[in-house]
Design a protein around this ligand. Structure first.
Ligand code: DGY
Length: 381
């Protein structure tokens, strides 16, 4: 299987599944071996090339679990199909690295891992928001460099968020949970931008505002922005939670950055290319009070020139979903997607996937994105 190191589990399995990175926990492996699969896992941390993956697929491969760093397009789906492949799962909720049409044309069901990243990713977006607002990383570096000579009234002044306005771009699962955390935790007003109205989120914020009123506290408000510009003008914090597609590529560009408040905070835990990163570098250079906090990058793992030299930017390596529970959950769902399809199970229809984490998981594949297109039966209780 080429130059990279691979480890084989359960070599007597009748089926064969390729897993392009080591995954946390054991449950995912149990799921695949119980489904009678030999499992070949790449133990190298290098990002695999198309050739590496094609070599690993070889001439016999029933299923594969891949990563968001790999380009799962027609080249790989063709190789998988020729090797007898029947299932692929991304070990991620996002699937902008997957050409769904190519997979569907080859008749290969594609899975992803929703529902286990929501709170974890939202919590990281909160952590990044506060790291930026209170300049935690800059202050930490200052201490380590031995530059602290005593308390000063002007040292590392940041932004108080209480009763300011949080702007959420993309009020889906993660965006809504982040919004609630910021509203409830810090009594912020909410403005959100989404193609669809999120009535449940609006009702929640209104009910929380009523509760605050009843407690004699200042009220808060919630509004759906008519356009992204309105949100950028009004919000003190902007957190991005959209998917990446043609409509969201460079959604935050030079012109839109200029609409934001001088001392606004921009957080991105979605996908790097949603922000024009070079424009962000220029903006942060020109506006030292503006803060950004990024988990994702336009040319990941590279950063645009100048980004890492900016003190007003917090940067972490795409770890928003990195809690043990979430990553083990993602691995469990990815394995359940592939094993489920190989066992001939139907595709689960509910958005609640927690039954798959329990002791008696349903006999279904938890999240198949193209079930209808490739004719996988839908699960009916
Ligand atoms: C995903 O699953 O799409 C995340 O970006 C991984 O953290």
């Amino acid at each position: 299987m080429g130059q990279k190191k691979w480890k084989t589990y359960y070599p007597s399995g009748n089926k064969r599944v390729v897993v392009t990175k080591e995954l946390p926990g054991n449950r995912w492996l149990d799921i695949l071996t119980r489904a009678d699969c030999q499992v070949d896992v790449c133990t190298s941390t290098d990002i695999l090339s198309l050739d590496d993956i094609k070599n690993a697929i070889g001439d016999r491969c029933d299923g594969a679990i891949g990563q968001l760093t790999e380009d799962w397009g027609d080249v790989l789906f063709k190789a998988l199909k020729l090797a007898g492949g029947k299932a692929y799962s991304n070990c991620a909720v996002g699937f902008n690295n997957v050409d769904l049409d190519a997979a569907s044309n080859r008749g290969i069901p594609v899975g992803n891992t929703p529902g286990v990243l929501t709170e974890t990713t939202a919590e990281m977006a909160v952590a990044l928001t506060f790291a930026a607002a209170r300049r935690v990383v800059e202050a930490d570096t200052f201490m380590r460099e031995g530059r602290y000579k005593g308390w000063l009234p002007t040292l590392f002044l940041g932004e108080l968020l209480r009763h300011k306005t949080v702007g959420v771009v993309g009020a889906g699962r993660i965006g809504s949970v982040y919004a609630k955390m910021m509203v409830e935790g810090f009594k912020m007003n909410l403005i959100y931008y989404d193609l669809y109205q999120n009535k449940a989120l609006e009702d929640y914020v209104v009910a929380y505002g009523d509760f605050l009123n009843a407690m004699g506290e200042d009220p808060i408000w919630c509004k759906r922005a008519g356009n992204i510009e309105e949100l950028l003008r009004d919000a003190d914090v902007v957190s991005i939670h959209t998917i990446l597609d043609e409509s969201t590529y460079h959604l935050i560009n030079k012109e839109r950055l200029q609409l934001m408040k001088e001392n606004a905070i921009l957080v991105n835990t979605s996908r790097g290319p949603v922000i024009d990163e070079s424009a962000l570098v220029d903006h942060c250079q020109a506006h030292p009070q503006f803060m950004a906090a990024l988990d994702v990058f336009e040319d990941e793992p590279e950063m645009k020139p100048g980004l890492k030299d900016l003190h007003n930017v917090v940067i972490v390596p795409h770890i928003a979903s990195a809690t043990r529970w979430t990553r083990e959950g993602m691995a469990t769902l990815a394995a359940s997607n592939v094993a489920g399809i190989l066992m001939g199970y139907p595709a689960w229809q509910r958005s609640d996937i927690t039954p798959f984490l329990g002791k008696e998981p349903p006999r279904a594949a938890p999240s198949i994105l193209n079930a209808k297109e490739v004719g996988v039966t839908l699960y009916h209780e």
